[in-house]
Design a protein around this ligand. Structure first.
Ligand code: BGC
Length: 739
């Protein structure tokens, strides 16, 4: 961006309008290269001579705006003409519009501003720069309403009004080049069904819950209206269900110009949906070919693949992938549909390992973590969300949520061997550790905090005498366990960077010892007897007696009908805690459990993405309360990192960041029959495949260049392998398999 470019705004600020900033200019020669740099407070889409520039959506994306706003660069060489017009069509987006569950406006500013520079190099070597200043004009546009939650209205009959010359503006933040991934359109889904509900609603089913928007092509009279509402599920009577969207209207309206066939889709909003309802439509005839659903998400590359012989597990995996796609829209969000769609740190943290297997998320996290660091308070506190939004009370500073500051950079380092992210986030990690260190009355424990707890755990339900949302595992227990665990990871991170971590090694030892003396009983078991308490002690290495704790957890799961009671905090580690301690059979049994609560319960109930609640839709078809009931929350999809590491058997070793040193130790289960697990690592394809064939099990491993694999088969055979393909067959009855 040219440093002479000024931030500019419209001379009149009309409530909720979508201004177009435009500039006409002449081209004085043959253009060799033309680069456009642009940004906005709000969202902008650039056009040159009426043609859309690039394919990015929702630019300049979402950052901690008071600290930094990204600008984008576009090569527009081929788009210029002798007489050209540059337009930036804008909407309020995250910075100015409604965002956050309190649906407040103006998180960063009360008006839209833009900045741009167009740098032209002619064939004769001369250069010219056109910058944003008062020579830019402003007009209204046909988008007469646009908000992230509520949707968009495009009125092709609306007059375009000239608002006059733009005026210079003061925008108090840093402008930085784009760091994150682009957000673009992806899959196009065709309708699978059209039907009229018992209430008489005209509904189209796209067969897949997703985030994006529906595009419609329609012909009709001038002023004819198309209004489309969006929903994730139908209620038990088959009617269109929107209550779980809370205050988000998710409704797009198009008013026809009447000039032939017109195609509409929104420009500055997306919806979380599987179904659309035609609230208004200019004709009684519905032709399904006129509708499509376009998936929208960050342009991250798919890396992981998994398929096995069990269709329900395959469906679960499909749901996990779509859960990630739907919620990776520039920042990792909790859900794509209701009046939230926020960068909840806890959700991002529990899912990050799975996410980094499924897709290449290195750049995506570099950007988000940089913003997370910018949200940290003076004492290192990390809030529930990043970036922050306007709220009457800030989100909590909570264990397991704030720990995203440490766990996420560590996982990105492990997955990609990226030391720079540890370097860049080091102070942020340290800030969070010091915050926990100073919190509460006891130096080495985190007591008395106000947390989200084991969010949505089954053991906290009202029937169990607890809080519906935060689970039964005591908050002090969870907070002190995460304090010790994050400190341990921080020490590892520092060691990778070659720093002196003596102070934090001592802190870790003290935190672990304090945890044990406070929360582990004389019998070697955690004092709170919840599944999550055992899981954390096992997974974070904070047990009194490891074997006894594992035995206790195994029995607790069995006693509960081989069912879990864990929420956001315990669930991601539950199967690991079992299988790492001799109970792979129970881990598999939980994975295959179909009775509620379980992963396959939602699969059996037609889920196409991950549900927020184990009982989002109950056995009898009724719903969990509409105040917190998303059908597209990825957190419980974290189970895939267990499948990858156990069914596939692929684990990154401590010293093997970036898949340089891995374990390949699959544990087949006859309920799957076969499993193909692979990941496109930075060094090539890494694959683990097994197949049960009569009374033998075949294994095949593909190891890329630069990876050392410790292959271990269930019959005890092991060897160290480098690049190549390795094939083994062992007798089924000779192997120590769970099933
Ligand atoms: C979000 C969660 C989030 C939580 C905090 C919810 O409203 O949807 O996923 O982590 O609040 O507990």
């Amino acid at each position: 961006m040219n440093n002479k470019a000024s931030w500019i705004k419209s001379p009149v600020n009309e409530e909720g309008f979508c201004p177009v900033f435009y500039r006409r200019f002449r081209i004085n020669g043959v253009v060799k290269k033309a680069l456009l740099y642009a940004s906005a407070v709000g969202m902008y889409t650039p056009f040159i001579n009426g043609e859309r520039v690039g394919n990015e959506l929702f630019t300049p994306y979402w950052t901690q705006y008071d600290r930094r706003i990204q600008y984008q660069e576009y090569d527009v060489t081929a788009m210029l003409r002798a007489d050209s017009e540059l337009c930036l069509v804008c909407a309020e987006g995250w910075a100015v519009g409604v965002i956050g569950y309190e649906r407040l406006k103006n998180s960063f500013s009360d008006h839209i501003s833009v900045i741009y520079s167009l740098e032209i190099t002619y064939e004769n070597g001369e250069t010219e720069v056109i910058i944003s200043d008062e020579n830019t004009n402003v007009r209204t546009c046909r988008i007469t309403f646009s908000q992230i939650y509520d949707g968009e209205t495009v009125d092709m009959t609306a007059p375009v009004r000239e608002l006059g010359a733009a005026v210079c503006d003061n925008v108090n933040t840093k402008l930085v080049p784009q760091q994150g991934e682009k957000v673009t359109e992806h899959e196009i889904l065709r309708p699978v069904k059209y039907f009229v509900t018992p209430k008489g609603e005209r509904v189209i089913d796209f067969g897949q819950n997703m985030s994006g928007y529906a595009a419609v092509s329609v012909s009709g009279k001038r002023g004819g209206r198309v209004t489309i509402s969006h929903a994730e599920v139908l209620d038990k009577d088959g009617n269109f269900y929107t209550e779980n969207l809370r205050g988000a209207k998710q409704r797009n309206t198009y008013i026809l110009s009447g000039e032939g066939r017109e195609t509409f889709k929104p420009m500055f909003t997306w919806q979380g949906f599987r179904y659309i309802r035609l609230d208004e439509f200019p004709s009684d005839e519905i032709c399904l070919d006129d509708f499509k659903a376009i998936a929208v998400n960050s342009d991250i590359k798919r890396t992981g693949r998994f398929v096995c012989g069990n269709e329900k597990i395959n469906k679960l995996y499909h749901n996990i992938i779509w859960g990630q796609k739907s919620n990776y829209i520039d920042v990792p969000t909790d859900c794509p549909q209701r009046d939230e769609r926020l960068g909840w740190t806890g959700d991002a943290q529990v899912f990050v390992r799975t996410a980094a297997i499924n897709f290449d998320i290195e750049k995506f996290f570099e950007k988000w973590l940089a913003d997370l660091a910018l949200t940290q308070g003076e004492n290192g506190e990390v809030y529930g969300i990043a970036p922050l939004v306007k709220l009457s009370t800030p989100t909590k500073v909570s264990a397991a949520w704030g720990d995203a500051a440490v766990i996420c950079p560590w996982e990105i380092y492990l997955a990609y061997g990226n030391k720079k992210i540890l370097e860049d986030q080091f102070d942020s990690m340290k800030g969070w550790i010091e915050y926990m260190h100073s919190a509460g009355s006891e130096e080495f424990l985190w007591l008395g905090g106000d947390h989200y707890g084991d969010w949505l755990a089954m053991d906290g339900s009202e029937q169990a005498g607890g809080d519906d949302y935060i689970g039964a595992t005591p908050q002090d227990y969870i907070a002190s366990a995460f304090f010790a665990y994050s400190t341990k990871l921080f020490v590892k991170a520092g060691r990778v960077l070659g720093r002196d971590m003596t102070k934090y090694e001592t802190l870790y030892k003290n935190a672990a010892a304090a945890f044990k003396s406070r929360f582990i009983g004389g019998d070697g078991l955690p004092i709170p007897k919840t599944q999550t308490a055992c899981v954390l002690a096992l997974h974070f290495d904070l047990c009194g007696d490891r074997q006894k704790t594992a035995d206790y957890l195994a029995e607790a799961v069995r006693k509960n009908g081989t069912r879990l009671t864990t929420g956001f905090v315990g669930t991601p580690y539950l199967l690991h805690a079992l299988s790492d301690n001799g109970y792979t059979d129970i881990a598999y049994d939980l994975l295959f459990q179909e009775r509620f609560p379980s992963w396959l319960f939602s699969v059996n109930h037609g889920a196409t993405t991950m549900w927020e609640h184990w009982d989002g839709i109950r056995e009898d078809g009724t719903f969990w309360s509409s105040d917190m009931n998303s059908y597209n929350h990825y957190a419980y999809g974290a189970v895939f990192d267990w499948i990858f590491a156990n069914t596939g058997g692929i684990k990154i070793m401590e010293d093997g960041a970036g898949y340089t040193h891995i374990k390949a130790a699959p544990v087949p289960d006859s309920r799957m029959g076969f499993a193909d697990t692979s990941i496109e690592t930075r060094r090539g394809l890494l694959a683990s495949r097994w197949r049960i064939d009569g009374d033998t099990v075949h294994f095949e491993f593909e190891i890329p260049e630069g990876t050392t694999a410790e292959i271990k088969l269930p019959n005890g055979f092991s060897e160290t392998a480098g690049k190549g393909k390795y094939i083994y067959t062992i007798p089924l009855d000779n192997s120590d398999l769970p099933h």
